[in-house]
Design a protein around this ligand. Structure first.
Ligand code: URA
Length: 243
């Protein structure tokens, strides 16, 4: 990794502070003064600041139960970033492994390990993401059978080069007309990719409308009893799934 990134990972310094320390000539790599922030360093290099050897902190992995009106971005833009919820040092150095829309709730994974998040996100890795979806229009038995087939075969979404990958649809509940709810059916949808607004666009493509969306599961990782807005570190077993 870059030398300035290594310094940040192994000290309390910010990227700007790390660059200043580099300029001052206090940093040595294998005994040689190093001033180039972009220099590539490896675990087996000896890196010192003022003679003190640095040891890289391991990568960090968290799960958050996202609430509505928060955004999966590294900056606050209209709504606060989900990173504000993670009460750890340098939370804004983390990135989000699979974004959710501002109005979507549920499971978000955060890390500073790019290879790990690639394994979560890349469609090639076929990692399953399960969403609970509330829909404006009813889905009767006949409609359900048709949708199960169409979602399995793949849909052509506007502006996309390829069909959506096979997705698994199951119905949870049909809501009575007398019910005051703004939705008429509740389903679970499992997909293995993350095109822009994918779930909303898939239901729009079959003439329905998503009125509520909640991510319940990524791979074998679930929210469990994590309350909205709460977060925790991932366990070794959870991390290992995507290592
Ligand atoms: N699909 C969407 O449409 N929105 C999300 O937030 C996640 C998946």
């Amino acid at each position: 990794m870059r030398l300035d990134k290594f310094i940040c990972k192994s000290t309390e310094l910010t990227r700007t502070e790390a660059k200043k320390v580099l300029k001052s000539g206090e940093v040595r790599v294998n005994g040689e003064v190093a001033k180039n922030a972009a220099m590539q360093v490896h675990e087996n290099n000896t890196i010192t600041i003022d003679g003190q050897e640095l040891t890289a902190r391991g990568s960090r992995y968290y799960i958050l139960h996202k609430v509505v009106d928060s955004i999966c971005s590294n900056v606050d833009e209209g709504y606060p970033s989900v990173l504000n919820f993670i009460e750890v040092d340098k939370a804004f150095d983390l990135h989000i492994a699979g974004r959710l829309d501002a109005d979507t709730t549920g499971l978000v994974l955060l890390t500073d390990d790019g290879r790990w998040s690639h394994n979560v996100i890349s469609p090639k890795k076929q990692c399953q993401k399960t969403y609970r979806v509330w829909l404006r229009n009813e889905i009767n038995d006949e409609k359900l059978a048709d949708l199960v087939t169409r979602f399995d075969q793949g849909l052509q979404l506007q502006g996309e080069d390829s069909l959506t990958r096979p997705a698994i649809l199951t119905r949870v509940a049909e809501i009575d007309l007398v019910d005051e709810a703004s939705y008429r059916s509740e389903v679970l949808l499992t997909i293995t990719e993350g095109k822009y607004h994918q779930v909303k666009r898939m239901f729009a493509a079959v003439g329905n409308r998503v009125v509520g969306l909640h991510r319940e599961q990524i791979g074998q990782i679930t929210l469990g009893d994590l309350a909205p807005g709460d977060w925790r570190e991932l366990t070794e077993a959870e991390i290992a799934q995507f290592s």
